[in-house]
Design a protein around this ligand. Structure first.
Ligand SMILES: [Zn+2]
Length: 140
């Protein structure tokens, strides 16, 4: 690891504890051999981490907590969303299935209402004109 990589990590994730164990080990090794990076690391720690380590956790008093709880209780709860807004994919897929089932039922119904081939063939159908005439009679 070179100084540029080390300093970049020292300024970003090293002191926040966000590096992997391998990355942290590499920086620690570099800090043992590089006085410039070690000095930078100490300055970063002294100026950004150390002041917050010495502060006390401030807790609000009981009156402040009671006021916070009172104001939270005054906020109305949000209205529940309708079902179709919570699960739009489920509603859409259900509609598609219902349309498909409706289409199949409609098609079965319309097929049963159309003239059957047996009717058309049962007539005197020696010529095409007679078949056409019997179909026209059926629809009229
Ligand atoms: Zn260095």
């Amino acid at each position: 690891m070179n100084c540029e990589q080390s300093q970049e990590m020292l300024l970003s994730d090293y002191h926040d504890g966000r590096l992997s164990a391998h990355q942290r080990r590499e920086i620690d090794q570099h800090l043992t051999v590089c006085p410039a990076c070690k000095l930078l690391s100490e300055r970063i720690y002294d100026q950004t981490i150390k002041p917050f380590n010495q502060t006390e956790h401030a807790m609000p008093d009981d009156f402040c907590w009671s006021q916070i709880k009172r104001r939270i209780a005054q906020v109305p709860a949000p209205a529940p969303k309708p079902f179709w807004l919570l699960r739009p994919a489920l509603v859409f897929s259900s509609l598609c299935v219902m349309l498909m089932i409706g289409g199949v039922i409609f098609k079965q119904y319309t097929i049963s209402q159309t003239p059957s081939i047996a009717y058309m063939l049962s007539s005197d159908t020696d010529t095409n004109d007679e078949v056409s005439a019997s179909i026209e009679e059926y629809f009229l």
